[in-house]
Design a protein around this ligand. Sequence first.
Ligand code: SF4
Length: 337
Amino acid sequence: MIKNSPLLEVNALKKHFPIHGGLLGQTTAKVYAVDGVTFSIDRGETLSLVGESGCGKSTVGRAILRLFDLTDGEVYLDGERIDNMRASRLRSMRQRMQVVFQDPFSSLNPRMKVRDILAEPLRNFGVVKGHKALTARIEDLMDTVRLPRDAINRFPHEFSGGQRQRIGIARALAPGADLIICDEAVSALDVSVKAQIINLLGDLQQELGLALLFISHDLATVEHLTHRVAVMYLGKIVELADRRSLFSATRHPYTLALLSAVPVPDPTAKRQRMILTGDVPSPINPPSGCRFHTRCPFAFDRCRVEEPVLRPGGAEGHLAACHLDELPTRKVLPAAA
Ligand code: SF4
């Protein structure tokens, strides 16, 4: 394995959930939740996976964590294939990838003190031995997430939402993970608290060299945190680029629509807006051709029959899946801000 290979590699990941029906409970349909997703994350990098509810982004996170088996595709952590790894070996890999969930209240056991919440992963993964070392490590984790050490004897309900999310982050850091999957980790928080948690994650990334997969429905949330962004629509990545290219040289109409929802700091500034109409189509029966054609104002005949593939264009590493890219008159979509 070469040392500078990505920490996480996801190749052509598919997850289709069967729907059972009929008298014999046979498979009558499938939910095409994730349908061929490829990306990688380097050490110390943040990649944001963004899209509307139901686009499959959280399923990608759960598939990486092997909370279920993949339908197809491969996942590598630090060069080792983990999607088909046996349970005994997978346990040690799980130590290296942890998750922070959206709702810090329901993800923390209300009957456990913070000390016990943090002690659990430390004991389970055998990170420390002995009571003294355990307490020292727990206090260390409290320092890391900027919470007072004496709060370890309190219960989750005694903390604010932001503080509870700090505990969730401390729990994820406890086993010594180098990949943290943040699944809508700040979505339930107020704006100011959200900013504090995002700053904390940015600081921790620099201090600890963490790789972050940041899953969010909102581009505004990831704008100041992320290095690269992958935009998902109905189980597929439609655009992937570094932050600057994605925000200033948008190539996919769906990304433009998501950017239209991002508030502009200067209310007098003009912005090209694209308001999406209609709901996301069902992943049980995705539209033919480009999956976005039923909502895309730029759709033309080819879009309805031929699926666009991700193609490079613009800055290095900027990929987009849109037939407009091949039209000679168009370079990039109108600037979103
Ligand atoms: Fe719109 Fe067609 Fe591009 Fe799909 S391929 S985003 S429908 S223009």
